[in-house]
Design a protein around this ligand. Structure first.
Ligand code: PLP
Length: 410
């Protein structure tokens, strides 16, 4: 690794510049911190475009029958719907709110898929009135709600395949709030017919952050054996590297696995979320306090935390961190947030280079499910989203203000 390279968890094209500072999308993140404040989500636009193209090209090299659907729950904002739409991707939405964002971004409603295990009548009406392409029906109640609406639907099924760290297990699992158990699918098909819905295919999503593509091959085999449908949607779930030791499967291997058992006349759909945006984004913070407790721990506290990234608290997710202009170093630190919870820890035991008050600290691989799960705990305004490309930075979601916080109060 040359002195200027950074690990593969950073956005494509990132490097340490001549001043030893991290550059994302050609922008010096210390300068971004000064210009836009911290915390902030910083994305390399070209990273997202390159990954979208890699999915499309991997399919195109193997088949004409495919659709790549951006699972927008990973990072829903109008700029990103627009970006992926420009790259020829469709999108899935999991609520009326995500539908609203996709439409506001100018996405063709025909290229949208709506998910959710409990879509409300109002959300279904909004989707139908918008002319949505497909609704992924999740329950008998939902089929009843859609009755007589002449809508194209898919059925979400729970095929009982559970990804484990390596390989998978088949459980015949029925204990899920999502979708139809396998043995209920024939009855769901009949219900769609009785409701005069146009049933186009099956959908399954078996989990997230999957680092072994074998499980997708099995899923394709199971779904293909369930009948003749024009569309088979194998969901999302392709994992990414969060730390330098981790390696994600290649997009080519993933697409190979999806297609291995697909009949020739079937269109295969997939819904990557994290794999499209996760490594494209980093979060930048300012260090506010450094508390060295001798022989115990060094706490480096930053100006964000569980309000801008819930994943460490929700799933024990592991990240790396660096001081943006002093990469490397070996002082083991714990990066704490500024919230009133002891559990508000972003990264435990990470080596930093002599952290000091005022430093800009960067956590990579925060592009998926960080902005998406941001909240206002402690009435902290949510950070802005900044897209960087060729050295130009633009704010695509502005920072929340204190006035925003009182806007809804009566
Ligand atoms: N599709 C569905 C139905 C999902 O529920 C999810 C995530 O929860 C995804 C796609 C995207 O998953 P990932 O971001 O892991 O690719």
């Amino acid at each position: 690794m040359s002195a200027l390279a950074v690990s593969h968890v950073y956005p494509l094209g990132s490097r340490l510049n001549e001043r030893g500072r991290l550059e994302v999308g050609g922008c010096d993140v210390v300068e971004l911190a000064a210009e836009f404040g911290t915390p902030a989500y910083v994305y390399a636009e070209d990273d997202m475009r390159a990954r979208a193209r890699a999915f499309v090209e991997a399919f195109r090299a193997r088949t004409e029958r495919f659709e790549v659907i951006y699972a927008s729950k990973a990072f829903p904002c109008t700029a990103v719907y627009r970006l992926f739409s420009e790259e020829g991707l469709s999108a899935d939405v999991a609520s009326g709110g995500e539908l609203h964002l996709a439409l506001a971004a100018g996405m063709d409603p025909k290229r949208l898929y709506m998910h959710g295990n409990n879509k409300s009548p109002a959300e279904l009406d909004y989707a139908l009135e918008s002319g949505i392409g497909h609704i992924v029906a999740d329950s008998f109640d939902e089929i009843a709600r859609l009755s007589g609406r002449a809508q194209r639907v898919m059925l979400r099924v729970t095929p009982g395949i559970k990804p484990t760290t390596h390989s998978y297990i088949q459980t015949g699992q029925v204990d899920s709030k999502f979708g139809f158990p396998m043995d209920e699918v024939p009855r769901a098909v009949e219900a769609c017919e009785a409701a005069r819905l146009e049933l186009c295919g099956l959908h399954a999503h078996i989990g997230s952050q999957i680092l072994d593509v074998e499980v997708f091959e099995k899923l394709g085999e199971v779904l293909a054996a369930m009948g003749d449908y024009p569309l088979l949607n194998l969901g999302g779930g392709l994992g990414i590297a969060y730390t330098a030791e981790e390696r994600a499967p290649s997009i080519e291997d993933y697409v190979d696995a999806l297609l291995r058992h697909a009949p020739d006349d079937v269109t295969v759909l997939c819904e990557p979320g994290r794999a499209l945006v996760g490594n494209a984004g980093v979060t930048i913070y300012t260090v506010g306090t450094v508390k060295r407790i001798p022989d115990v721990r060094t706490y480096v506290a930053v100006d964000g935390g569980m309000s801008d990234n819930l994943r460490p608290m929700l799933y024990g997710a592991r990240y790396e961190a660096e001081i943006a202009d002093r990469f490397g170093g070996g002082e083991i630190c714990t990066i704490a947030g500024m919230h009133c919870e002891s559990g508000d820890v972003l990264v435990r035991d990470v080596p930093l280079n002599d952290p000091r008050v005022g430093d800009v600290l960067v956590i990579p691989a925060t592009g998926a499910y960080a902005h998406a799960m941001a909240n206002n705990y402690n009435a902290v305004p949510r950070p802005p989203v900044i897209f960087c490309r060729d050295g130009d930075a633009r704010v695509v979601v502005r920072r929340e203000t204190y006035d925003d916080l009182t806007l809804r109060d009566r």
